[in-house]
Write a protein of this length. Structure first.
Length: 340
């Protein structure tokens, strides 16, 4: 009160910053620059430093790699569900297709790893898009159920027809030269994918995606092909998953039907719930929380599923908006003293 009488008052830190940054795209001071960059730098530097912190613990380095794999799937799920309007449970399909495509090129055709992973990302994403193309007119739970059937069907077909190594899978893939390459390739591309999707959803194409989600008939009446844009959205999401599946296959130097496991479809959804849907960064944070918790609970056997379920129920009931939305709101409520 004394400071207010002296010509000072409290003001939120983001006052004026959001107007200029969102509307005019100009920032006027280092304080405003710091306010906008601090959360982004915290995420980027935290992920880049994490492998150095985990040097004495090779097991947790592998856990970090799995976190990144799930983060690719969670990014794709969040993008499709909250910006395109398609709830896809086909994350396991993307991982499996990416793993088998890179194994085919590497083992059967003898191509190097640095060429196999990009090919698996693009061709695998295209293959997944073609498989899901007839389902694009479906929405809501119908698309979700159909997309969940594809990884189950793929695993059973490979097993029944005994192709691509059958139940033994394809072995002998080339691995990364060392664990540092494994971690930093995944972390770097995950950050690139995160910020590229952030720019995409705020660009003109992102507006069309949102229109398809909110009112696809109005978009169709404008002469825009909603099927095409849904296909583009599926291609982007499936390519992210195929990249993760290709890297996973080269990390373990093996591709098999276990890479169609439903964990790759379910955990990204749980991570999106925990981190906050529609934020893109939230699902990444959710993966950083859920995957290590799952590993810590491994000693509890089947009881860990119950603990895992309780954690998810707690987030859904008490923090349904997710950690990212909650943290962003609190961050924007910080105040400081300014002259009147």
């Amino acid at each position: 009160m004394a400071r207010e009488r002296e010509g000072m008052r409290k003001e939120r830190l983001d006052r004026g910053i959001k107007v200029r940054s969102d509307g005019v795209y100009s920032i006027s001071s280092w304080r405003e620059m710091s306010f906008l960059l601090a959360p982004r730098l915290l995420l980027i530097l935290g992920l880049l430093i994490m492998p150095l912190v985990l040097v004495p613990a090779p097991y947790w380095q592998k856990v970090l790699i799995i976190v990144c794999i799930y983060a690719f799937l969670a990014l794709g799920f969040d993008f499709l569900a909250h910006f395109v309007g398609l709830v896809s449970l086909g994350g396991a399909l993307y991982i499996g297709v990416g793993a088998y495509v890179t194994a085919f090129f590497n083992v059967y055709l003898g191509l190097p790893i640095w060429l196999c992973i990009p090919l698996a990302t693009i061709l695998g994403g295209g293959l997944c898009t073609l498989l899901l193309w007839p389902c694009l007119p479906l929405r809501g739970v119908y698309f979700a159920i159909v997309s969940l059937m594809f990884p189950l069907l793929s695993a059973r077909l490979i097993e029944a027809l005994d192709v691509f190594g059958g139940t033994d899978g394809i072995m002998g893939l080339d691995g990364f030269s060392n664990s540092w390459w494994e971690m930093y390739v995944l972390i770097s591309f995950m950050l690139i994918a995160l910020f590229a999707l952030r720019r995409l959803v705020n660009a003109d194409m992102g507006l069309i995606f949102r229109g398809v989600k909110d009112n696809d008939q109005a978009v169709k009446a404008s002469g825009i092909s909603i099927t095409f844009y849904k296909a583009v959205g599926v291609f982007i999401a499936s390519s992210l998953g195929c990249f993760g599946g290709a890297c996973l296959a080269h990390i373990y130097m093996w591709a098999g039907i276990s890479q169609f496991a439903l964990d790759f479809s379910i955990i990204p959804i749980a991570a999106t719930v925990v981190g906050g849907g529609g934020t893109l960064a939230g699902p990444v944070i959710g993966c950083l929380i859920l995957v290590p918790i799952s590993e810590l609970l491994r000693d509890f056997g089947t009881l860990r599923i119950a603990v895992y379920a309780l954690i998810l129920m707690g987030f859904i009931v008490f923090k349904s908006e997710g950690l990212m939305s909650f943290g962003s709101r609190k961050y924007n409520q910080f105040e400081h003293w300014v002259e009147i």
